[in-house]
Design a protein around this ligand. Structure first.
Ligand code: GLU
Length: 428
């Protein structure tokens, strides 16, 4: 008999609900105790803050910010902060939930968290974004810290955003506190290799999966949705490994070139200062196509590296790739996931495929605590070791339980988090 609230009806139609569906599948395979299930399907803390800040014209606006700490069983809560018009409490909770399993599946000593501000940063000046960021940091200052909760970049935030948060916290506390955030600029305690880490992790996990299938990156054809940090760096590293990246996209357009896109040229195009939107619109290295068409092109490997819920029951049947590596968090709905699994498509789930970023965040946090900084080669080697080792654990779990890599990844992660709760006992 399932426990009373196992199905979480309140969350059914939400992003968090999609995550819970995956959790339930793995929990059932693990035969997870109903009490533990109940605990693990609730966020431990959800904070909502109002953020008044001054526009350049003197007017005040009040935006809403969130920080959700899903779990701290294995260590300080950890996860990025995103700035996006679609940010809601439900979305941030789902993302904090995923961070919990992501940190656990690669065995980092962290719990899971996520933050967000509902805003469109492309409509704000740099000064406005700075004031908004500092206000957000000040509003959540009691709940973040190197031993409490460590924010990092996510959608539309970057090392500059982290620099402002680090400075705001350090000024308030009158204490140099680099370990309060990761993904900082190098000159104030960032880690070498952090900017490329998520894309590098996507490449490493693709390589590991292909190896198991007797294939190689070299010669594979790849389509990538999203050309922000994760999409563009995955594209660059896969291109360097000899893959043919036949399609890329952003929210404005897709670009298709069956002979392979010149990725360094595409990156240069979006990075040009004159290209204010950082868009691929106008890039001449291929034929323009619709943004979402990239998902459905004939290719070996698909990398969704944009936002949640992009691969749905509606478009899943048209996907032709045999391997999907989820660079984004939650790009595949539970319904689409089941259809793809049935069709024999292998999916490297988000919590594993994009865990490279938080893994190097862990290295950054460790370097901050030690006050001793590593070389880039060291960072990249250790990242590869962490991902390969845990990829194998997930792969073997999938093989022995005859399940998908996603369910296996959740099984590995849930087992580790549950073990931590058991070791600590429940504080009551
Ligand atoms: N935002 C990234 C993610 O979703 C990185 C999080 C972190 O480094 O804490 O994994």
């Amino acid at each position: 008999m399932p426990a009373k609230n196992d199905l979480q009806p309140l969350h059914e139609a939400s992003v968090f609900g999609e995550g819970i569906a995956y959790f339930n599948e793995a929990a059932a395979k693990l035969d997870l105790d109903a009490n533990m299930r109940r605990v693990l399907t609730h966020p431990s803390r959800q904070v909502i803050v109002s953020l008044p800040f001054q526009r350049d014209n003197g007017d005040f606006e009040v935006y809403t910010g969130y920080r959700v700490q899903y779990s701290t069983a294995r260590g300080p809560a950890k996860g990025g902060v995103r700035y996006h018009p679609g940010v809601t409490l439900d979305e941030v909770t789902a993302l904090a939930f995923w961070m919990t399993w992501k940190c656990a599946v690669v065995d980092l000593p962290f719990g899971g968290a996520k933050g967000g501000v509902t805003c469109d940063p492309t409509k704000l000046s740099i000064g406005e974004v700075e004031r908004l960021t500092r206000r957000y940091a000040a509003e959540i200052i009691e709940i973040i810290g190197p031993d409490k909760d460590v924010p990092a970049p996510d959608v539309n935030t970057n090392s500059q955003t982290m620099g402002w948060i680090m400075d705001t916290v350090s000024m308030h506390l009158r204490n140099h506190t680099p370990g309060v955030v990761t993904g900082k600029p190098l000159c104030i305690g960032g880690s070498r290799g952090r900017v490329e880490a998520t894309g590098r992790g996507v490449m490493i996990t693709i390589e590991a999966a292909l190896e198991k299938m007797g294939r190689t990156i070299k010669g594979s054809t790849i389509a990538i949705q999203g050309f922000g940090n994760v999409g563009s760096i995955s594209a660059k590293l896969l291109h360097e490994q000899g893959a043919k990246v036949i399609a890329i996209s952003d929210q404005f357009t897709g670009i298709h070139n069956k002979d392979g896109i010149d990725i360094p040229a595409a990156i240069e195009f979006v990075s040009n200062k004159k290209n204010k939107k950082r868009s691929l619109e106008g890039f001449t290295g291929g034929t323009p196509i619709g943004s979402n068409e990239v998902l459905e092109l004939a290719c070996d490997i698909l990398v969704p590296a944009a936002l949640e819920n992009q691969i749905t029951e509606e478009n899943a049947k048209r996907i032709k790739a045999h391997l999907i590596a989820e660079g984004a968090n939650g790009p595949t709905t539970a319904g689409a996931n089941a259809m793809l699994a049935q069709g024999g498509v292998t999916i490297i789930p988000d919590i594993l495929a994009n865990a490279g970023g938080v893994t190097v965040s862990y290295f950054e946090w460790a370097q901050n605590r030690a006050g001793y900084y590593w070389r880039e080669r060291e960072v990249n080697e250790r990242l590869r070791d962490v991902l390969r080792e845990n990829f194998d654990e997930v792969w073997n779990t999938a093989a022995s339980h005859k399940t998908t890599l996603r369910t296996a990844a959740y099984m590995v992660a849930i087992r580790r988090v549950a073990e931590a709760y058991e070791a600590r006992g429940f504080y009551a």
